[in-house]
Write a protein that binds this ligand. Sequence first.
Ligand SMILES: N[C@@H](CCC[C@H](N)C(=O)O)C(=O)O
Length: 300
Amino acid sequence: MTDARSADAPLAFLKGHGTENDFVILPDPDGRLDLSSGDVARLCDRRAGIGADGLLRVVRSAAHPEAAALASEAEWFMDYRNSDGSVAEMCGNGVRVFARYLQRTGRAGAGDLDVATRAGVRHVHIGKDGADGTPGDITVMMGAAELPSGAVRVGVDGHTWPAVHVSMGNPHAVAFVDDLDEAGDLLRAPAVSPAAAYPNGTNVEFVVDRGPAHVAMRVHERGSGETRSCGTGACAVMVAAARRDGLDPAATGQPVTYTVDLPGGRLVITERADGEIEMTGPAVILAEGVIDPAWLAAGR
Ligand SMILES: N[C@@H](CCC[C@H](N)C(=O)O)C(=O)O
């Protein structure tokens, strides 16, 4: 990691999570950090680093070449990286945690703001805190799902399932199973075929029914492995479940809401008649500190 301010300047970081999908947050308003994939992987390492499923760099849109064109719509750009250092288009839990960071630092009040991501600008509503001080849930307008045509299958240890190909800006393969344990330990990425359907790899979700409009899922994330939650994955699962259940808000004009349980918590997902998907869930900032410049330099 190089920092144009000074080679030995300590770097501030925060740690946060959304339904236990956890992130290192690096404030870099002026876009001075040059983060290599190796830097990100070291920071996300759970033994030798801070530890996280991914990293959120907080940059002014105007200061980032991938977001400068969005600066008039959204002041802040979420530069999201997976824990292996790879870049992803979008992170649903990450946007909620990113918004919580902006609120905590006075850059956004309780209310509405827009966040630039690689998948476009996402509108966010920060709910009011509860009477007991519990931080309010955060709702993100996640855009519309795309369901590319063509059959796909996912497989684990020789067992395969038909899957639904869904894009939420990033790729997903959603498989309905009888029992979430069928996915095994998920220490390796599930097989996906045809591979050509996902030229840049994919996130894979395994889903069971819990009740009417209520599902539970596990996810293996591209670039991070099995995580305890995935916001874009929950949205992909909601749309796949609704279509399976014969529900399409665009056809009926009626919004549809599903509850999605994940190992790390619960998300509520609504698909509106205009196709927009709203995701609501918690976001927590739990720590902040500084990164030792000597530790950083040792990894370069
Ligand atoms: N956990 C995120 C998704 C992060 C990106 C994903 N691993 C990818 O590579 O597409 C979420 O909450 O959406």
